[in-house]
Design a protein around this ligand. Structure first.
Ligand code: IPM
Ligand code: MG
Length: 354
């Protein structure tokens, strides 16, 4: 298993270091894992003047899977848009054709009190957000900031989806639902936006191939409200790129902290990039306080989705459950009566539990 390791910026390197400890441990136990590092984001800009250096892309293309930390730092905010860290992330998603982004939001029972919502609202939460990742307003042309004839500036982005893009992400969602509770809620804004009117039509057509799955539709504004009102009504939510970005942060907080939310971004052959759903948190970078569990759980997803190794997925998953049950907490999920650990302390605890 060849893994390209791209730590990125901010807390990226320290959380990835904990995930690598887990991989090292699995390797010591006999799994054949090769890891090679490359810079991305601000680190790519520093190393090669490009947030996605050619060598990083090549390495990632040649690898069986990619492990990514996070990208972005305020200090790059004044760079031209093409050189900013986020562009590196968007370009690698597009270049590897990682159109299916899976973001599971699962509440560990012991963390119910760490959520900002009432425990009875979030207890038993287990939902999967399936976010389209290579289309929509994130990539649509034309885009830019233009100057009009009267000298006024105008910002332009284009929301667009074609049928095949909608159908392939829809299939991913229905297939996942078949292995879960057989419910898909498709999120759109079909009352206003034609792109998502088409989205809804395609989902309805697709549902005919999945007679066992119950398909429902919800406008995105209502979905945001329902996520904080009664999140357990959802099993699989499928949505376009920008709505998925927003709703997945919202879902993350239900689990106690965005530091708990892993993700997998898959192409049509289940090659994937695995990264926590959270960002680079430059304000706490280098302080050894970040929560590495989202990254470690992303490694678990790597075994499940790219390496088809359910046993290793379970092993990592159980180790994380064990450390949480034992009361280890990073600052973001700490509550009275539990033991506060650092980022590296949490990594060590998971390795010990493995
Ligand atoms: C995410 C992030 C990215 C996104 C940013 C960093 C470009 O917010 O993965 O959710 O918007 O997709
Ligand atoms: Mg986001």
């Amino acid at each position: 298993m060849k893994i390209a390791v791209l730590p990125g910026d901010g807390i990226g390197p320290e959380i990835v270091a904990q995930a690598v400890k887990v991989l090292d441990r699995l390797q010591a136990d006999g799994l054949k894992i090769e890891m090679e590092y490359a810079p991305i984001g601000g680190a790519g800009y520093e190393a090669a003047g490009d947030p996605l250096p050619e060598a990083t892309l090549k390495l990632s293309q040649a690898a069986d899977a990619v492990l990514l930390g996070a990208v972005g730092d305020w200090k790059y905010d004044s760079l031209p848009r093409d050189q900013r860290p986020e562009r590196g992330l968007l370009r690698i998603r597009k270049a590897l054709n990682l159109f299916a982004n899976l973001r599971p939001a699962l509440l560990y029972p012991e963390l119910a009190s760490a959520s900002t919502l009432k425990p009875e609202v979030v207890a038993g939460l287990d939902l999967m957000i399936v976010r389209e990742l290579t289309g929509d307003i994130y990539f649509g042309q034309p885009r830019g900031i233009a100057t009009l004839e009267n000298g006024e500036r105008e910002g332009i982005n284009t929301m667009r989806y074609n049928e095949s893009e909608i159908r392939r992400i829809g299939r991913v969602a229905f297939d996942i639902a078949m292995k879960r509770n057989k419910k898909v809620c498709s999120i759109d804004k079909a009352n206003v936006l034609e792109t998502t009117e088409l989205w809804r039509q395609v989902m309805v057509e697709l549902a005919k191939d999945y007679p066992e799955v119950e398909l429902s539709h919800m406008y995105v504004d209502n979905a945001a409200m329902q996520l904080v009102r009664a999140p357990r009504q959802f099993d699989v939510m499928v949505t376009e790129n920008m709505f998925g970005d927003i709703l997945s942060d919202c879902a993350a907080m239900l689990t106690g902290s965005i530091g708990m939310l892993p993700s997998a971004s898959l192409d049509a052959n289940n090659k994937g990039m695995y990264e926590p759903s959270h960002g680079s948190a430059p304000d706490i970078a280098g302080k050894d306080v970040a929560n590495p569990l989202a990254t470690i759980l992303s490694v678990a997803m790597m075994f499940k989705y790219s390496f088809n190794d359910a046993a290793t997925f379970n092993r990592i998953d159980h180790a994380v459950k064990k450390v949480i049950a034992a009361g280890y907490r990073t600052a973001d999920i700490w509550t009275e009566g539990t033991s506060k650990v650092s980022c590296s302390g949490m990594g060590d605890a998971v390795v010990a539990a493995l």
